[in-house]
Design a protein around this ligand. Structure first.
Ligand SMILES: [Mn+2]
Length: 362
């Protein structure tokens, strides 16, 4: 245990740095009129809540009106429910006229990340994220990258409290959901700061609405896709690999990976699925001595096709990647799937001989 005075001085130090950061951020925003806030292509609750909080901060303290945009789709039922129930205005990037914005931001991702299709070579003025730092982020006028935090929403929650901004129950509900989903209810990579931010924001949130979002109904197609993912799952020693094939739902890739990691005796999971012109990958682990982000990068580097067409990144327990497959026929896609499987197992040092299927009799 640290003595009390240590905790106190640590808390004061943190408070000061948050104040310095918000001051720099708001100084940058002063005098601007319209901000465009980017998220990942297929934004998750952490990104959506962070964008909403940043919009609120800019509006309240710098009189800047913000538009929140993304390039992909939101298919996960809970995430759709979040956007609808909390009436979060999101605009597809296709409908955006970039020339009418004089301030740009990216939350929960960074320029050069494969998961956000930013215009070529474009670096936003503001970058706020909790993933490993990317070289291009250095070119942003303001960046706050806290790789140790479980959620970007924690950073934004701290900003709002620091600036004493009135937080509506709608915004609080979004931030609470952002923190809880990115940390699996504070069980995955949640630090003291995530827990403190969650505690502060949770009692401002509309808890009935939060429960309703978490419990959103899913269509029949969800179960069909889930059944297919389970049928395709193969166990190699203590890891599981599964492919979804073609999918309409990019969010399903991470959802399946999360689910399979619950299996007894399994230390690492890879799920991949083909969505539009990409293969999307999700890696999950709960082993402390295995870093999912590094594993994902090691895996991509191992394959010829993967290293030429793919990118990957992530944290200790969760990572993702994407590999371009535009113009590839079914046979070529089959080969790419095999490469993904091999490279993943090789990067882990797991043999292919011990394979057995998860649910089919064998
Ligand atoms: Mn996040």
């Amino acid at each position: 245990m640290y003595p009390f005075y240590f905790l106190r001085s640590e808390a004061l130090k943190k408070k000061k740095t948050v104040r310095e950061k918000t001051a720099r951020l708001l100084a940058l925003a002063q005098g601007r009129k319209r901000a465009l806030i980017f998220m990942q292509d297929n934004p998750d609750p952490d990104a959506i809540a962070s964008a909403l909080a940043l919009a609120r901060l800019l509006k309240n303290r710098a009189k800047v009106n913000a538009t929140i945009t993304y390039s992909g789709v939101i298919r996960r039922a809970e995430n759709q429910a979040m956007v609808e129930q909390l009436e979060i205005p999101l605009v597809s990037f296709k409908e955006i006229d970039r020339a009418s914005y004089d301030l740009t931001a990216l939350v929960d991702s960074q320029p050069g990340n494969g998961n956000s299709r930013l215009p070529e070579g474009f670096v936003p003025d503001i970058v706020i994220d909790h993933h490993p730092r990317k070289p291009a982020t250095r070119k942003a006028a303001f960046s706050d990258i806290c790789t140790r935090l479980g959620a970007t929403s924690t950073i934004l929650t701290e900003y709002l409290f620091e600036e004493d901004i009135e937080i509506s129950s709608r915004l609080a509900t979004a931030l609470a959901y952002g923190i809880s989903t990115d940390t699996r209810n504070l069980s995955r990579e949640a630090t003291r700061r995530d827990i403190a931010a969650y505690r502060h924001i949770f009692h401002l949130a509309n808890q009935r609405l939060l429960a309703r979002i978490e419990d959103e109904k899913v269509p029949r197609a969800y179960f069909r896709a889930m059944a297919e993912a389970m049928r395709n799952a193969t166990i190699y020693e203590d890891v599981i690999v599964t492919g979804l094939g073609r999918t309409e739902n990019p969010d399903m890739v991470s959802e399946v990976a999360d689910l399979l990691l619950r299996m007894e005796g399994i230390r690492c999971v890879l799920c991949f699925g083909f969505f539009e012109d990409n293969v999307l990958l999700s890696i999950r682990t709960h082993e402390d001595d295995l870093n999912a982000g590094k594993l994902a990068q090691k895996m991509i580097k191992r394959g010829k096709y993967l290293s030429e067409n793919g990118t990957a990144g992530g944290h200790g327990m969760m990572a993702g990647g994407q590999v371009g497959i535009a113009g590839k026929n079914e046979k070529e896609i089959e080969k790419i799937s095999t490469e993904i499987r091999h490279c993943f197992l090789e990067a882990l040092g797991v043999g292919k001989r011990s394979r057995r299927t998860l649910i089919k009799n064998n």
